[in-house]
Design a protein around this ligand. Structure first.
Ligand code: PMP
Ligand code: GLN
Length: 392
């Protein structure tokens, strides 16, 4: 038989799915895949339930329900001062994943180079490759994950079609600094490149900091597409409602990709998300504050059992070193041990690399109930104590 497409043939199932399956099989506390264990606000759920029984339940407009497109445009104004035309500059997709796929398919042609910052979210490489693009990876390193200006400059060439950044960044929990964003903007303008900005964690930024989209930098409005996700903003990851904002001449081909990938996104969920985006500012502030308290709770717990917890400025992930804990020096093996023997699932950070990955870090997700965090820490403490007693 003829071979199936090599990009998707023989590759692994995503680390998130794999770890969630293992967590289930071992009855583990699942701190692997990133999802909150409490659903988003009751009034948004109620809005969705009403929209399910009262409709709409038939195909919505291909670009998305007008009321959601308007809500997305208004949020861009409210949070970032961006003036966005809801008719031509917003597209609703089935999650940020689809938005990424549509954007990459629509902007990248065979042979185009796409600059990616590594560690990277796992769908980026296969999507760029399937579009015929050539990934050019620039690595940021722990503990500070600073972007090296010379390395970034060297990654751009006359063949660069786009840079794809994730800001705030999973799994590093990094927020790109103003000067890093400024440099990215300069390089995009200098090389006439687009920027695809995965900003799904835009509202999960801590310690009083404010997210600043690359799109707000001088000269970037016309060359940037910005991707958001209701899954993250409203703690409803299973809903898969995403949005892309960008100039009309980019949204148009991206919408044409969307038209042949999913065509539309469930209208009742769109209606509820439109309602959600009208929430007062304190909803968004409280979300970040609640998560920050969880970040601190889990940081204390993980440090108390011996992990080196790296700084976390955003997202709902903690990246941790496990040197000297008796868990070896391979993150995949360490995660296997923890899920099977300690009853706690995490994800190996090496899964976020295209090759030659560091193997000394694992990621824990902290958007969990306080008692779940405490239970996970107690399990880790008991497991490590027993193991150290054995080896003593
Ligand atoms: N980008 C990043 C960086 C993510 O962590 C995720 C995970 N949810 C996504 C995109 C996908 O978002 P969605 O579930 O809306 O497709
Ligand atoms: N973004 C989530 C994470 O990083 C996972 C989403 C998924 O499972 N595809 O954990």
């Amino acid at each position: 038989m003829k071979p199936t497409n090599p990009v998707f043939t023989g590759i692994d199932t995503t680390v998130f799915e794999t770890m969630s399956r293992l967590a289930m099989a071992h009855n583990a506390v699942n701190l692997g895949q990133g999802f909150p264990d409490v659903d988003g606000p009751d009034d948004i759920l109620e809005a969705a339930a009403n929209a399910l029984t009262e409709g709409p339940n038939q195909y919505p407009p291909m670009l998305g329900l007008p009321e959601l497109r308007e809500a997305v445009a208004r949020s861009n104004k409210r949070f970032y001062g961006l003036d966005i035309d809801p008719q031509s500059e917003v597209l609703i997709t089935s999650g940020a994943t689809e938005a990424l796929a549509d954007s990459i398919l629509a902007l990248v042609s065979a042979g185009d180079e796409v600059v990616l910052v590594e560690p990277l979210y796992d769908c980026y490489l296969p999507l760029v490759r399937r579009a015929g693009g050539i990934p050019v990876r620039v690595r940021v390193n722990p503990p500070n994950w600073d972007l090296n200006a010379d390395a970034l400059r060297a990654a751009f060439s006359q063949n660069t079609k786009a840079i794809l950044i994730n800001n705030p960044m999973n799994p590093t929990a990094k927020v790109f600094s103003e000067s890093e964003l400024q440099l990215i903007a300069e390089l995009c303008k200098q090389h006439d490149a687009y920027a695809i900005c995965d900003e799904v964690y835009e509202h999960l930024v801590f310690d009083g900091a404010q997210h600043r989209p690359l799109m707000t930098f001088d000269g970037m409005r016309e060359r940037t597409v910005r991707i958001g996700s209701a899954g993250k903003t409203f703690s409803l990851t299973g809903w898969k409602v995403g949005y892309v904002t960008g100039p009309a001449n980019l949204i148009d081909p991206i919408a044409k990709a969307h038209q042949w990938v999913t065509f539309t996104t469930p209208p009742n969920l769109q209606k509820a998300v439109a309602y959600g985006l009208t929430k007062e500012d304190d909803y968004f502030q409280n979300l970040a504050e609640e998560l920050m308290a969880k970040r601190d709770r889990m940081t204390r717990g993980l440090r108390s059992v011996g992990f080196t917890v790296l700084p976390c400025a955003a997202t709902y992930f903690l990246t941790c070193g496990f040197d000297g804990m008796g868990l070896g020096n391979n993150d995949v093996a360490a995660c296997e041990t923890l899920v099977r023997e300690a009853g706690v699932a995490a994800v190996p950070v090496s899964a976020f690399y295209g090759g030659d990955a560091p193997t000394g870090y694992i990621r824990f997700c902290f958007c969990k109930k306080d008692w779940v965090i405490d239970e996970a820490v107690a399990r880790l403490a008991a497991f490590l104590a027993a193991r150290n007693a054995e080896s003593a």
